[in-house]
Design a protein around this ligand. Structure first.
Ligand code: FAD
Length: 399
């Protein structure tokens, strides 16, 4: 094999994901979807997101409608107004959204992979017809309530209860750290019943439901996160998701959302690396661009290698998902690796920008701060290590 020699040894720059020509492995339709989402992010998110982040609020409803118009909500689901795209295309969309901001990607993930997926997979035909089309259009916003103040990594011990009263269900308890809760029209709530964990579709306007924004977040500030209080919330019998039996139902929903995170985290990392590359080639110290220093190049090279390894992993998982063989522990491999590496890349890029790295004028510390949440939600790194460990050893460390 001979290396190409038709390019000068200097002045030829390549962006990290171009190094291995991985674009060539995508189908034309996948590239088109990716480009449309990238353009949406460039026009609708990038110019504003630093301000949203600083203010601690994003125009969630407007964004949802725009995402809905492009078919990004419940994009990988079929029927009921959903786009029916491939898992790979959905992953690419998550990557582009998170290159804008993890909070913006979270909006699409929670809507599509958690709230809509729960109804699509476990709901009755009537529930699907009622909720999915307006959710796919972004006119109705959903959230997914599993975590509680005292029960995070261990949802099996949840305290929220649903008891029967005649044919009705009555829900009591509380959910914490719920993305979109303060702006949501509907929540999928998981509660303990006499027959184990069950899921309920709860309109947020139901008497006894209250949502409160969680303030002073230092991460995912361009995303709405809230607490949900359920005080003797009376629901008709048909509010229960009939096909959701036991904790495996919400855990299966989480696997869907984690798959999107495998891709999304790479978007945040890519944006950091592009920013650091641009900065390093123009910022001069000691009379030359800092990109010319070997220590800087070592950082850039290592980050580019990790980014591409993560991308290859995401491509592989995407292809497994599209043939229907993706297993939860494989998603754990992707979530653990890609979020951990994305966070390391974001922090390393921060060093390349020096003092400017801590400024909101650049996206790098915003991405790093966001990735702290991404590392924790949808299963912490430790929980994914334990999932992989259980698969390797046959011994569960936490069940
Ligand atoms: C911004 C944001 C948005 C979120 N959105 C949602 C949402 O929409 N819906 C929802 O239901 N939840 C949501 N969450 C909650 C999230 O899923 C939980 O925070 C997460 O599951 C961890 O739970 P916890 O915070 O209670 O931490 P804990 O479970 O208390 O864990 C604390 C630490 O202990 C470790 N730990 C726990 N158990 C073990 C063990 N067995 N072995 C080793 N280490 C262990 C953890 O890994 C972690 O490091 C969100 C969180 C954030 C930050």
């Amino acid at each position: 094999m001979t290396a190409r020699t038709d390019q000068p040894r200097t002045n030829r720059r390549s962006y990290p994901l171009e190094l291995l020509d991985l674009d060539a492995t995508l189908a034309e339709e996948e590239r088109q979807i990716r480009d449309v989402v990238r353009q949406l992010v460039d026009t609708r998110v990038r110019p504003h997101v630093a301000g949203w982040y600083e203010a601690g609020e994003a125009p969630v409803r407007e964004l949802a409608v725009e995402f809905g118009r492009l078919g990004l909500l419940g994009m990988h689901l079929t029927g009921y107004g959903c786009a029916g795209a491939s898992a790979l295309a959905y992953g690419l969309a998550c990557l582009e959204l998170e290159a804008g901001d993890s909070g913006v990607r979270s909006l699409a993930s929670v809507q599509g992979s958690l709230a809509m997926y729960a109804i699509w997979r476990y709901g009755s035909e009537e529930q699907k017809r009622r909720w999915l089309p307006p959710m796919a259009a972004g006119e109705t916003i959903g959230c997914f309530g599993l975590t509680e103040p005292d029960h995070g990594s261990d949802p099996a011990s949840m305290a929220t209860r649903a008891r029967r009263d005649g044919t009705d269900w009555v829900l009591t308890g509380g959910k914490m750290w719920i993305t979109n809760a303060p702006v949501a029209d509907v929540a999928v709530i998981w509660a303990r019943t006499d027959d184990g964990v069950r899921g309920f579709v709860v309109p947020m306007s139901t008497p006894g439901v209250a949502a409160r924004e969680i303030r002073r977040k230092m991460s995912l500030r361009a995303s709405s996160t809230g607490e949900i209080v359920l005080d003797e919330v009376r629901l008709p019998a048909d509010a229960r998701l009939p096909e959701a039996v036991g904790l495996k139902a919400p855990l299966n929903c989480l696997t869907q959302a984690r798959y999107g995170i495998v891709w999304g985290a790479l978007g945040a990392a890519r944006d950091c690396l592009h920013t650091a590359l641009d900065y390093a080639t123009t910022r001069e110290q000691f009379g030359r661009p800092i990109a010319g220093f070997q220590l800087t190049q070592a950082k850039l090279a290592d980050m580019a290698v990790e980014l591409q390894k993560g991308y290859l992993l995401a491509l592989h998982l995407g292809r497994l998902a599209d043939v229907g063989t993706l297993r939860p522990e494989q998603v754990s491999v992707g979530k653990l690796n890609n979020v951990r590496e994305a966070l390391a890349i974001a922090r390393q890029c921060r060093t390349i920008l020096g003092a400017n790295g801590v400024s909101g004028e650049y996206p790098v510390l915003r991405h790093a701060n966001n990735l702290e949440s991404v590392l924790t939600y949808e299963g912490t790194s430790e929980i994914h290590q334990l999932v992989i460990g259980a698969r390797l050893t046959g011994l569960s460390a936490f069940a």
